[in-house]
Design a protein around this ligand. Structure first.
Ligand code: SF4
Length: 497
């Protein structure tokens, strides 16, 4: 059961300007500047994002080019299992065609192996890392796909890198086909629309309920917490139930699954040493950091920072390996919340407090998504690692039972520490600077909590809405070279040989 102390969520003078937020784009991981300005003209209603839309599980390193395709083929696999037996008996094979950007850049992102894994019925949330690695290592191996009465042989070659240019409905289009010789028995066209979200031909978005406590800004959230004395965890849970239609039990099960995937990722990352895939030839660090920690003479502060940073490296490296991660808020920043979670687990924080922490973190992510952006392509790294670190600060504060003012101030502090951070991944790979930034992001989550919990929360000068507005404004004015184009900064300064 969620329980949290009611109180003031937002600190500061309360006179926050939303100039930036009002002119900012509606966030979406695949959003463009044009779409952003169009969205900015629309009046926004309350936040309607749900936990399962926000914390998405699947393989890294790209939510649109890896996680989305695996979710698509897993969806197709599930549809196949529901086809009539007579139809299935005729089947001789399956094919997946990748079009547009998925075909152009899919090889480097592992789109083919992720697609094959989903097709083989591996759930994106639960697929073991070894299975994904083996698919990549043995491209000619044949795998058995059993659907009802039929067993088919499928290989990586059944995932076809098709046309890169054409009049596609979406830049990330896929078609999945069940074949009987040259005849198509069943076919569906899918779209990986960004952030791990998927759609298909004829798709209609599921209907949502209205939130019990509608809010679009932290200042509105504050009113519920102060005037009505509603605990933060309770408010967020009741909103989630009202919007998604799910029961409290299902929501808790989902959060526990998210936690399990994150912890598994960190623990795996702490034991594996490898050169990460791609042209950078980046050596992993997490396992070495852990090993060295045992004989460290860095003192309590040095050891604590190394510990948290190694957790961030562990999950960031797992993302680079194409293993299963959780977007929090994105794949590039997916190392931060797992690092925070592991460090809270090290303190034996009870599970109900961890769940509350996840809800508080999601609330910060929702506010940033609604009023600024979560996309490096739209807002630079402040929108990914900055938001992840801010979420981590809220998670720590909430899980440790801090006053809501402290939760908000910690989130503000971490986000403020990342304002202006650019997105310039070397060679377009989510490795440099992304992995190290996850480690820093997690350490800064703790730093922000330490600052916010030691200061007088009522006199903090800058409030959360203001900093989110500042991020939106900075995103809008940031040079496009620093928005995931690999045309500036580190991406053009690091020489690969
Ligand atoms: S540098 Fe870009 S790709 Fe890497 S984590 Fe930051 S926003 Fe994501």
């Amino acid at each position: 059961m969620i329980a949290a102390s009611a109180g003031i969520f937002l600190a500061g003078c309360g006179g926050s300007t939303r100039q930036g937020a009002e002119t900012a784009a509606k966030s979406d991981t695949a959003g463009s500047a044009a779409a952003a300005s169009k969205a900015a003209e629309q009046p926004k209603g309350p936040i309607m994002t749900t936990l399962s839309e926000f914390y998405k599980m699947g393989p890294g390193p790209s939510s649109s080019h890896t996680m989305g395709p695996m979710r698509i083929t897993y969806d197709f696999y599930q549809r196949l299992t529901k086809l009539p037996e007579e139809q299935l008996k005729k089947a001789t094979g399956v094919k997946v065609h990748l079009f547009g950007s998925l075909s152009a850049t899919g090889k480097g992102h592992g789109t083919d192996r992720a697609s094959l894994a989903g097709l083989l019925g591996k759930s994106p949330a639960e697929c073991p890392p070894q299975f994904l690695d083996d698919l990549a290592k043995n491209p000619d191996q044949s795998y058995k796909l059993t659907i009802g009465p039929k067993t088919l042989d499928v290989t990586l070659k059944d995932v076809i890198f098709d046309e890169t240019k054409g009049n596609f409905y979406h830049p990330n289009t896929m078609t999945c086909k069940l074949l009987a010789g040259t005849e198509t028995l069943f076919e569906l066209e899918y779209y990986s629309v960004g952030g791990g979200f998927i759609e298909w031909k004829g798709y209609t978005a599921p209907e949502k309920g209205q939130p019990k406590y509608p809010f679009a800004h932290a200042s509105e959230l504050k009113k519920y917490l102060i005037d009505d004395q509603i605990p933060l965890g309770k408010l967020l849970l009741e909103n989630e139930m009202a919007i998604s239609g799910k029961s409290e039990k299902d929501i808790m099960l989902f959060l526990d699954q998210v936690a399990e995937v994150m912890i598994r990722g960190v623990e795996t990352g702490l034991t594996v040493e490898s050169v990460l895939p791609g042209p950078i030839k980046l050596h992993s660090k997490a396992a070495e950091m852990q090993r060295n920690l045992k004989n460290s003479n860095k003192g309590a502060a040095g050891k604590a920072i190394t510990q948290v940073a190694s957790y961030g490296f562990a999950m960031g490296e797992e993302n680079a390996r194409g293993h299963i991660i959780v977007t929090a808020p994105t794949a590039g920043s997916a190392g931060i919340i797992p690092a925070v979670l592991k460090s809270l687990r090290d303190l034996n924080i009870p599970i109900d407090k961890i769940r509350e922490g996840f809800l508080a973190a999601a609330a910060i992510g929702y506010l940033c998504k609604h009023n600024a952006t979560l996309s490096g392509a739209e807002g630079g790294c402040q929108a990914e690692v900055g938001v992840g670190s801010s979420m981590g600060a809220a998670m720590i504060s909430q899980a440790l039972g801090a006053h809501p003012k402290v939760v908000s101030n910690a989130a503000e502090s971490a986000l403020e520490a990342h304002l202006g951070m650019t997105c310039d991944p070397v060679a377009g790979y989510v490795q440099v600077p992304c992995i190290e930034r996850c480690a820093y992001g997690a350490v800064k989550s703790w730093t922000a909590f330490c600052i916010a919990s030691e200061e007088n929360p009522s006199v903090r000068r800058v409030d959360l809405d203001t900093t989110i507005s500042a991020m939106a404004l900075t995103a809008k004015e940031m040079n496009s070279k620093y928005k995931e184009t690999s045309e500036g900064g580190l991406a053009v300064s690091v020489v690969l040989c």
